[in-house]
Ligand binder design. Structure first.
Ligand code: FAD
Ligand code: UDP
Length: 364
């Protein structure tokens, strides 16, 4: 008999499992995939750690979470500084003085602010109601047209006027020459990739891979006191209130016979015509010196049941539906729910660890 069955060997399930085994609990972890780690899993290709489910950069201002992961593995000094390629023109991201200088030739923050203010006035936006209006209010029409519109409409498969404003507020706008994509205090990539964190977290657990919970639900319920479920909450309840929507991605990975393809880990393609949103060159996350390189083109894709659910689409329809599922989940006695799919929330890794630590404290 296990104290806990954990469905999903992603970062949420693994953090919870680590906390449980530290407290002497007996834990079984299952995953329907044939590897642990969920979406932070890395494949080793030509000696390079390839982020199989999309580029993952660890960043946080939560000191406790940063110390927690650094106690498990060592992190490097990687700082994400993606660049944007708009029809062959290169710009720095996030939007900062380097971007403004390249675009308009402005030198001082005051000149940049004037330029943005001028463009904002011309567009007559008072209170931004959607992503397009929010973007123009923040950075003006030139940046919106070259660096935001095409990328956003590819990424989400709909017009920027139909998207919520909050998506673009995730990106910093800075009036300094600072290309760091994140404002957080701490940032890096685990030296040797992400797998070691998960391996260490699950060291004291039993693990079974390639097992879909729903195919063995009855027998699994019998062998465990409590069950933590980190899969899709609507699937758990048989989609009785409807299907929560996601945006998916397709990855196209190639090994190239050259040592440096694009000189940066992340290059965003911000025009509408290029079908992918970005190219990741994985070796640059760890300052790799291999003779070959591995690149991944990331294509946004519609999602249907059975596809990989990557980005929850938090619009009113889906949020209202999720609230109904959550109400049922809160009444469960044997089950605990958590993670990106069960909480239907765009969590970063540090949010997932924080949420799992809090949950572990609450229930144990
Ligand atoms: P998951 O990693 O999805 O794990 C859930 C696991 O449950 C999966 O392995 C799944 O196979 C398993 N499972 C589901 N249903 C069942 C079932 N029925 N039976 C058995 N197993 C099941 N965060 C950052 O901090 N920085 C980044 O740069 C970053 N980049 C990202 C890029 C992309 C493209 C995406 C999609 C996410 C990114 N994230 C990033 C977020 C990060 O991936 C998540 O915060 C984190 O991986 C979520 O962990 P989780 O355990 O909640 O979910
Ligand atoms: N975005 C953009 N141009 C870029 C990068 C991002 O317009 O070059 C917009 C896009 O709408 C995206 C949002 O900013 O969905 C948030 O970007 P982020 O990098 O946080 O996306 P994620 O990591 O979620 O893929």
């Amino acid at each position: 008999m296990y104290d806990y069955l954990i469905v999903g060997a992603g970062l949420y399930g693994s953090t919870f499992a680590y906390e449980a085994t530290k407290r002497g609990k007996k834990v079984l972890v299952i995953d329907k995939r044939n590897h642990i780690g969920g979406n932070i899993y890395c494949d080793n290709v030509e000696g390079i750690n390839v982020h199989k489910y999309g580029a993952h950069i660890f960043h946080t201002s939560d000191k406790e979470v940063w110390d927690y992961v650094n106690d498990i593995v060592e992190f490097n000094r990687y700082t994400n500084q993606p660049i944007a390629n708009f029809n062959g023109e290169i710009y720095n991201l996030p939007f900062n003085m380097n971007t403004f200088n390249k675009l308009w030739g402005v030198i001082t923050p005051e000149e940049a602010k004037l330029k943005i203010e001028e463009q904002k006035k011309q567009s007559l936006i008072d209170k931004p109601k959607n992503l397009e209006e929010q973007a123009i209010s923040l950075v003006g029409t030139d940046i919106y047209e070259k660096l935001i519109k095409g990328y956003t409409e590819k990424q989400w498969g709909r017009s920027a006027t139909e998207l919520p404003a909050f998506i673009i507020r995730r990106l910093p706008v800075r009036f300094s020459y600072d290309n760091n994509y994140f404002n957080d205090l701490y940032q890096g990539i685990p030296i040797g990739g992400y797998n070691e964190i998960i391996e260490k977290m699950l060291e004291k657990c039993d693990i079974k891979l390639g097992i879909d919970f729903f195919e063995h639900k009855d027998e699994l319920e019998k062998i465990s006191e409590k069950i933590l479920f980190t899969g899709m909450i609507d699937e758990f309840y048989g989609y009785k209130f409807g299907v929560l929507e996601y945006r998916s991605l397709k990855f196209e990975t190639e090994i190239l016979n050259e040592d440096n393809y694009q000189g940066n880990a992340v290059v965003n393609y911000t025009d509408r015509e290029t079908p992918y949103t970005r190219i990741i060159e994985h070796k640059h996350f760890e300052y790799g010196t291999q003779d070959k390189t591995v690149i991944t083109k990331e294509y946004p894709a519609d999602w249907k049941i059975g596809d990989e659910p990557y980005y929850p689409i938090n619009n009113d329809r889906n949020d209202e539906m999720f609230a109904k599922y959550k109400e049922l989940a809160e009444k469960e006695d044997k089950y605990i729910f958590g993670g990106r799919l069960a909480d239907y929330k765009y969590y970063d890794m540090h949010h997932v660890i924080r949420a799992a630590l809090d949950k572990a404290k609450e229930v144990m």
